[in-house]
Design a protein around this ligand. Sequence first.
Ligand SMILES: Cc1cc2nc3c(=O)[nH]c(=O)nc-3n(C[C@H](O)[C@H](O)[C@H](O)COP(=O)(O)OP(=O)(O)OC[C@H]3O[C@@H](n4cnc5c(N)ncnc54)[C@H](O)[C@@H]3O)c2cc1C
Length: 276
Amino acid sequence: MAITIAAIRGVSSGIRATRDVSEARAVAAPARLEWRVAHVVSVRDETPHARTLVLDVPQWPGHRAGQHVDVRLVAEDGYQAQRSYSIASAPESPNVELTVERLDDGEVSPYLCDVLQPGDGLEVRGPIGGYFVWEIAHGGPLLLVAGGSGIVPLMAMLRHHAAAPREISARTAVRLLYSARTADDIIYANELGRLAEAREVDVQYTLTRTAPADWTGHRRRIDRPLLEHVAWPAAEGARAFVCGPTPLVEHVATLLVELGYDPLQVRTERFGPTGP
Ligand SMILES: Cc1cc2nc3c(=O)[nH]c(=O)nc-3n(C[C@H](O)[C@H](O)[C@H](O)COP(=O)(O)OP(=O)(O)OC[C@H]3O[C@@H](n4cnc5c(N)ncnc54)[C@H](O)[C@@H]3O)c2cc1C
């Protein structure tokens, strides 16, 4: 049995992902929130800093758009590192896709982005979460606000919307405001461009660091005038999902409530401590 050993900064010994998937599957527990060993089917670079892992998870019970999984890495000395990653794929997809942004000083994300390869095994647990979820049956209008990798669970919602029968998705209008540092940091740019061709999906970007000379999108951090410009008026009764770095999420959620959104309809997911 081959075993992956990856040096992880700050960890005395290597982190191990299970490489022999067939053996690992035999011991993977079937219960819903037990750890299972997923099989990496393929990887896809989304940006210079973000990679999608396409996973085949045995006995996957299915998920709802917006849910996440826990990922666990185990070192030879028993040290464990565990992180949460949102599910990027639609519930309709046969595989579970995770999109991970590499933090250069991080413990887990460099391993997932740089070391893990097709054929490797990866321990996952889930799906987790029942609050930050959206189903086509919930209807709209829908406001999605993302900062950085916070786009990931919102992408699952957009993909779920796109997978619905046309007569249903056409009744559910969606607006996405996506804040990224630079144009190169926009995850799923091509797919978002295609989705935006649908009349009921509006995609707007704002870049917070540098923008190309021909950039026609917004060029600042999300503030009240920008949100007023992009968001549905409160009277429309939209559901809002806000995801990304903690300061962005708290700022946007506060602004939406100030703009008259029902706090119960503003759902948030916080990924980490810094902003784009
Ligand atoms: C519910 C949930 C879903 C998530 N989904 C995703 C996802 O889909 N894609 C994704 O890339 N990440 C996601 N995250 C974040 C992820 O769990 C990790 O926190 C992230 O990958 C960093 O882990 P690390 O071990 O590489 O860094 P760590 O070793 O934990 O941290 C390294 C350094 O980066 C800082 N840091 C930690 N997390 C972040 C962050 N998110 N942003 C900026 N700085 C940070 C730390 O303060 C520290 O200075 C999610 C988090 C939660 C709670």
